[in-house]
Design a protein around this ligand. Sequence first.
Ligand code: GDP
Length: 364
Amino acid sequence: GFRMGIVGLPNVGKSTLFNALTRTAAAQAANFPFCTIEPNVGEVAVPDTRLYTLAGIAKSANIIPTRMTFVDIAGLVKGASKGEGLGNQFLANIREVDAIAHVLRCFEDEDVTHVDGRVDPVSDAETIETELIIADMESLEKRLQNISRKVRGGDKEAVQQERLMKAALAKLEEGQPARMVEVEPDDRKAWNMLQLLSSKPVLYVCNVDEAEAATGNALSEKVAKMADEQGNAHVVISAKIEEEISQLEADEAEMFLSELGLEEAGLDRLIKAGYDLLNLETYFTVGPKEARAWTIPRGTLAPQAAGVIHGDFEKGFIRAETVAYDDFVACQGEQGAKEAGKMRAEGKTYEVKDGDVLHFLFNT
Ligand code: GDP
């Protein structure tokens, strides 16, 4: 599955947010297999009302949303790249996530100490990015030394890796994150294998006070501007509100949200933004037994999409009977779609579209 790491300086609201996320997920556990793998790792359902619509039409007995994993990565402080705080442990944790949700303190509260004695989310963002950049530089310098013998021996892969490492290092030395390096499609795979911390996509989470959750504030606006300039994403949420919501029943939560002028829980927006940031899409499998959502990267071909369900589906792939979500709804199900000529037989080169309802045929 896809993993988002929650990072941020101490006292910005990471734990409050993470606990709200997992408590909300636990409360929904009746509806989907939820598990807390470790104290700091939680799986949450990706909210998608389409799944419930499809299940209603097909009278599915079970509804299984697709999931995203959140990892609470505590311990980042200035100097982490030099082993301060939880230092190396922290950096190892970041290597294992697909994207970073960076929580920034955008609330004023004299009772909550800021590590640097002032509330400045843009500067906080820079502090963390600098740590990631330094950690990447150090790891690259070591790796470049180690790889040089292989390069001299004419190892093709090593030559490619060295070229990418040097491009990354040049960028980092300018004080820029590795994600600013333009990578050719042919280099993508080797680039990802470098696992550079500062190459991960970032979603800034502006943690604002309850009263400002609907509107944002001057601090979150600064973050929004920075995110736009960097090509990163941002969401405004109030960890305190999410904490309160996580303790309410669904209908109470809805009332509470509308009183605050919010259409959707911040957590839902956070998960969706993470999904977008990672360029992910959803397809569905729908039948009387279950309606289920599956996650794929945008542009995935039908056999690989089938492989998300089971490796055998990919190996023995024959075709995918495909109905677009809107057609499935308009025709009130698979049978209706078939009769209306809206069911397509798609082959190995079909690029699955967000919302497709798929039925795979495969050889065993
Ligand atoms: P972490 O160190 O980043 O995990 O931060 P915590 O989640 O433990 O939060 C630190 C403190 O800030 C706690 O006392 C929270 O209750 C408080 N806090 C978190 N979010 C907000 C907020 O939006 N407004 C206010 N006033 N306090 C908050």
